[in-house]
Design a protein around this ligand. Structure first.
Ligand SMILES: [Zn+2]
Length: 448
């Protein structure tokens, strides 16, 4: 670790956090101890925190005070298995009860909105306590990879909204902590060449961004014969989208570093992060993850279902059994690193990544993605399932694209979706991203 990095990690960033009245440093230190506890010890600590959290919520949050009373629930004595007696929290529920969802003594509430990509916007609030915990969890996961706050970092971000919200203090902080923002909303070849030159100047120790954006930049560097594996990048952190194997391979080979996947969101919190042994560790000190079926019933470990989270540091604006809309599996395996933090497996991205065949079969979007990925000359694509009967494929083609490919796509899609389905193919020069800046390969307007 360089002198400047240790200065940032041990002095500048902690000072910044103290000024913002965050307890991040203490929380991170505690988490670096508890990550080595046994799974049983971690569950015991979770239960203790859950009871304190729900009692606090009962005393201060009108919506939950009433709900607990209606359910006749003694939250101070609740067991982990009884959590499922509480209803699931949806975005619609939060919208409807927004005024009664904040604690009467909430501290430092900041307003956020999210949900642009799911088409379901949500306004919610985050208190000071929660910020400390989410930042601490991210910081801990960063340090798993032998890098730290203060190491030069390139953040390749696609959202113009977030960049617009930047103020001068944030810019100063980024400068001190050596975070360089690369606004990668537009991904034309010219722009991407510019990003590559920027990366060569910054020589970041870590990269952070959407897997699609990093893989795209890596692909362009490879195509144009620019080497990026000699910059000294130690790790590429990716988040916000499903990470596909082909993206991981591309990023790893071009930047010459491992890819670390992270899962979470502003709304749901810092849910899980990959360690160098490959395990996707849940931030179990703060977040209880349940996997539920389509009726909201909890599923046993090992079964695929929707990820539901209870964030124990959200007393100012509680997220209790919050539906993420993402699919995953809770694992019983232990990670080779020896951390007792439970593992999340088979993260299957957004539920809208699924498509529905004419006969009602629900397919993962990958079933369609593979058809296009195997074709020569397809530079970029986007699949939109408009209705059960109609699916549109947008394709950016290169010179090696052959006309027979069109029949192949239609035939393969019909095989999966049903023979009576209409498959439209449109050719375009550029496929724009979602407003949120994310790129989605498959969008379905059909509800399973
Ligand atoms: Zn691990």
């Amino acid at each position: 670790m360089s002198f400047y990095t240790s200065l940032c990690s041990s002095l500048i960033f902690p000072l910044h956090e103290v000024l913002k009245k965050h307890s991040t440093v203490r929380v991170r230190r505690d988490m670096e101890r508890s990550q080595w506890w046994s799974p049983q010890q971690i569950r015991q600590a979770q239960l203790k925190t859950l009871r304190l959290f729900l009692s606090d919520v009962q005393a201060h949050v009108p919506y939950y005070r009433q709900l607990f009373a209606e359910l006749g629930l003694d939250v101070a004595q609740i067991e982990l298995s009884e959590l499922s007696r509480l209803p699931l929290l949806t975005k619609a529920e939060i919208r409807q009860h927004l005024p009664e969802m904040s604690a009467d003594d909430a501290e430092g509430l900041a307003r956020f909105n999210t949900g642009g990509s799911s088409g379901e916007p949500l306004i919610f609030y985050i208190g000071r306590r929660r910020v400390s915990h989410d930042v601490a969890a991210k910081w801990r996961a960063t340090r798993w990879w032998g890098v730290d706050i203060g190491d030069p970092e390139a953040v390749i971000w696609g959202s113009p909204i977030e960049l617009g919200a930047q103020d001068k203090i944030r810019l100063l902080r980024d400068k001190l902590l050596r975070t360089h923002l690369i606004p990668a909303f537009e991904m034309s070849a010219e722009k991407v060449d510019g990003f590559i030159r920027q990366l060569q100047q910054i020589r970041p120790k870590m990269l952070f961004g959407y897997p699609s954006a990093l893989a795209h930049i890596a692909g362009r560097a490879e195509q144009t014969g620019v080497r990026l594996d000699d910059l000294g990048v130690k790790v590429a952190f990716v988040t916000s989208e499903r990470l596909y194997d082909h993206q991981r391979e591309k990023i790893e080979s071009v930047f010459g570093c491992p890819v670390a996947n992270g899962y979470g969101g502003r709304d749901a919190g810092f849910i899980a992060h990959q360690c160098p042994h490959g395990g996707m560790h849940i931030t179990a000190e703060d977040i209880i993850v349940e996997i539920v079926d389509k009726d909201g019933k909890p599923l046993p470990n090992g079964e695929l279902g929707e990820i539901v989270v209870t964030h124990l540091a959200t007393r100012d604006f509680p997220f209790i059994r919050y539906r993420t809309g993402d699919m995953g599996i809770l694992s019983e395996k232990m990670c080779g690193c020896g951390r007792g933090l439970p593992l999340l497996e088979e993260l299957q991205g957004r539920t809208t990544d699924f498509v529905v065949a004419l006969d009602g079969t629900v397919l993962h979007g990958l079933a369609l993605i593979y058809v296009l990925r195997d074709l020569e000359g397809v530079e970029a694509f986007k699949i939109t399932q408009e209705s059960l009967e109609k699916t549109t494929v947008q394709i950016v083609k290169s010179a090696s694209y052959r006309d027979e490919a069109e029949q192949k796509i239609v035939a393969e899609f019909k095989k999966r979706l049903g023979q009576a389905v209409t498959v439209n193919i449109e050719y375009t020069d550029y496929i724009p991203k979602e407003r949120s800046g994310k790129f989605r390969y498959v969008i379905s307007h059909v509800k399973p």
